[in-house]
Ligand binder design. Structure first.
Ligand code: SAM
Length: 343
């Protein structure tokens, strides 16, 4: 099987995890990737999608004074019921910091949505079942489902009750209520039953996520502790790769110890089946002085890769797939690593 990969400039990339004042445009439609990834798609209701992933061209986006993300316009009501902050789950190795606000970052969510389109839902060998860690407001999955002929289902787990509620109502609004089921709760608890139910023959079931990947010495004092990905930012990603899903498509950040992620994936029996990558500027949360200082220390240790000159780093949507002895597809691990460590 021929596998291809690509590096894109995200539509209007500007601030990472920076809350927008207005909604950003939907992600550009992904083209065919050589695997015939994108076929004819149903109308994505473009006018309505405008409120999904974004808003203003990124150049006009500015973080709010307090640096906190806010739910997209129109979703404030649903976001009124906030989940309690600061709770930690006993079921995960890394403490889970319950978010007290809905994650809003059109640039990053747009990359995630494009990756879903190309690497998951738009593939000719699309997975039969898809399980998501952290739906957020649901926009990336909904947008990708609307743009691809995929007719399977996706179950999501979202810790933040407000975000889960927004995602559910959006899925209903777009007629996807039965195909995008968003459950409120911790993924690590919910996914256990999914994995138990997985038959050994199912080699396509796919975990998807734009996981929390912010590195920091410790999560206390972060503007949004729910984005904490462990000391090197990759701890949660490595945990997800240890769950045993046949496939996993996740965003991997160049400043969050990507070498360890690829090494861990190989140890867990994964190869990289396909990927896409985008340059992004540092945003509100990664620009917090303590975080930025920590990331520059990581850079000196060979755990973070970015350009001081441009303030840019790379992010990749990576489709991991468990390898078996009779596989004939090329493992692109070295390629994705070369891209992620390029800056
Ligand atoms: C970086 S945001 C991504 C949101 C959305 N997928 C997107 O790309 O716009 C990560 C999301 O994971 C959620 N989350 C964090 N820990 C979680 C857990 N243990 N179980 C379920 N969701 C979790 C957060 O509330 C947050 O909405």
């Amino acid at each position: 099987m021929r596998v291809s990969s690509s590096v894109h400039q995200p539509a209007g990339a500007r601030h990472v995890r920076a809350p927008p004042r207005r909604a950003a445009p939907p992600p550009p439609r992904a083209g065919s990737n050589g695997n015939g990834a994108s076929g004819p798609a149903p109308s994505p209701h473009p006018a309505q999608l405008l409120s999904y992933l974004g808003g203003a061209p990124a150049a006009t986006l500015e973080p709010q004074a307090n640096g906190k993300a806010r739910p997209a316009k129109g979703d404030e009501a649903a976001a009124q019921q906030q989940a309690p902050a600061g709770g930690a789950s006993k079921t995960t190795l890394l403490p889970v910091y319950a978010p007290d606000e809905v994650f809003v970052c059109p640039e990053e969510s747009s990359c995630y949505s494009q990756a879903l389109e190309k690497l998951v839902f738009g593939r000719p060998d699309a997975p039969e079942t898809v399980v998501e860690f952290g739906a957020g407001d649901g926009a990336p999955v909904i947008s990708a489902l609307l743009k691809t002929p995929y007719d399977g289902a996706c179950t999501a787990f979202e810790l933040n009750a407000s975000a889960a509620q927004v995602a559910r109502s959006r899925a209903q609004q777009f007629g996807l209520g039965s195909r995008y089921e968003v459950r409120t709760g911790c993924f690590f608890e919910g996914a256990a039953s999914h994995l138990e139910a997985l038959s050994p023959e199912d080699d396509s079931s796919c975990l998807i996520s734009n996981p929390p990947y912010l590195p920091a010495r410790d999560p206390e004092g972060l503007l949004m502790p729910a984005l904490y990905g462990g000391r090197d930012g990759a701890e949660l990603t490595r945990q997800l790769l240890s769950l045993g899903f046949p496939r996993a498509m996740m965003l991997v950040s160049a400043y969050s110890n990507p070498v360890s992620v690829l090494r861990h994936a190989a140890k867990e029996g994964y190869g990289v089946y396909d990927f896409s990558a985008w340059p992004l500027p540092f945003g509100t949360y990664s620009s917090q002085p303590e975080v930025r200082q920590w990331i520059s220390e990581m850079k000196r240790r060979g755990e973070a890769f970015y350009s001081e000159r441009s303030g840019m780093y790379l992010i990749a949507g990576v489709l991991f797939r468990k390898r078996s002895s009779d596989d004939d597809w090329p493992d692109l691990s070295a390629d994705v690593l070369r891209v992620l460590t390029a800056l």
